[in-house]
Write a protein that binds this ligand. Structure first.
Ligand SMILES: [Zn+2]
Ligand SMILES: [Zn+2]
Length: 329
């Protein structure tokens, strides 16, 4: 194939449009990747809906699994034919306060795959080799895709939740279905909160080892040490604060959330804390891929052809999929 086929966003609120262009030559430290699979993330919906604003037009997709087909002159660490993973963090300036203090996830001038640089809703993509990750061999291409954001940014959220044993997950989509397995493997007990009345989602959570599953307006059967909010729903913040013990943490794991309603200070009192999670560092990526290789986690995916990216986005929006949606060119 001598052309790239991609699904491109021209304007927020419009469907993605199929486009083609000539295959580019990678320059500098870049790699040209032939895409084997690309996960569909909730963040892609926020981009498509115009809730967060980046470059346009843009090809979304930041959970890319592919193989190297050409190397830029200074690309290092990968050979032609290698399978690589491409996550959300696609580049940093390397010299701002955050980059020089071990917080490159907060870089002042970042590059984000599928947001400020074209991503993986495509047959081919050019990426910076310095921000690519090796992937565990035990995962197939489609199965590995959700590890790259749902899994690894979810893992960053789990680390920020602290060492507590009893942990609540609000919203049981692509990220929670992976992190429930990681947390169980770590010896924690997971309490899953789905949309009220979502019996299928609750039984899916149970099948992944969660010790309790209920609606998000329900109180858990015991106080939690921490809660992670994966759903982009601000009203869940006071609900989660009610569920955590004194000193407990509530982690907001998404890039966008609807407004958080005013709530009584009593809910925060007792040294409870609300934290957000932003992006990832390359160290997070390497650490999580090692855990994915060592732990028994399995990802549940529903695949869509690349040309059905709009249908895949609708399926993620509806919240009815079990696990993660993945595009396959
Ligand atoms: Zn920086
Ligand atoms: Zn994502």
């Amino acid at each position: 194939m001598t052309i790239v086929c991609a699904m491109q966003l021209d304007r927020p609120g419009e469907p993605l449009r199929e486009v083609t262009w000539d295959i580019p030559e990678p320059s500098g430290s870049d790699l040209l990747i032939e895409v084997a699979a690309c996960g569909v993330c909730r963040t892609d919906l926020h981009i498509v809906d115009g809730e967060i604003h980046g470059a346009l037009p843009i090809v979304p997709g930041h959970e890319i699994v592919g193989r190297v087909v050409a190397l830029g002159p200074s690309a290092a660490g990968f050979q032609i034919g290698d399978r690589v993973g491409v996550p959300w963090l696609g580049g940093t300036d390397g010299n701002c306060f955050y980059c020089t203090h071990g917080m490159e996830n907060l870089c002042d001038s970042p590059v984000f795959t599928g947001f400020t640089r074209n991503g993986g809703y495509a047959t081919h993509v050019v990426v910076d080799s310095r921000f690519c990750l090796p992937l565990p061999d035990s995962f197939g291409d489609a199965e590995a895709a959700p590890l790259l954001c749902a899994g690894l940014i979810g893992f960053r959220a789990l680390k920020r939740a602290g060492e507590g044993e009893r942990i609540g997950f609000y919203g049981f989509g692509a990220a929670a279905h992976i992190l429930a397995q990681v947390a169980g493997w770590q010896g924690r007990r997971v309490f899953a909160f789905t949309r009220d009345g979502d019996a299928e989602g609750q039984s899916f959570a149970g099948s992944l080892g969660c010790v309790w599953a209920g609606g998000s307006s329900e109180a858990p059967p015991e106080e939690l040490d921490a809660a992670i909010i994966f759903a982009p729903v601000g009203t869940l913040v006071p609900e989660a604060l009610k569920s955590v013990r004194k000193g407990g943490r509530v982690i907001c794991a998404g890039i966008h959330m609807s407004d958080i309603p005013a709530f009584s200070y009593d809910l925060l009192w007792g040294e409870r804390a609300i934290l957000s999670v932003a992006n990832l560092t390359r160290a997070d990526g390497r650490e999580f891929m090692e855990i994915a290789a060592r732990s028994p986690i399995k990802t549940r995916t529903t695949t869509f052809p690349l040309s059905e990216a709009n249908e895949a986005l609708s399926a993620v929006r509806s919240g009815t999929l079990e696990g993660a949606a993945v595009l396959v060119p």
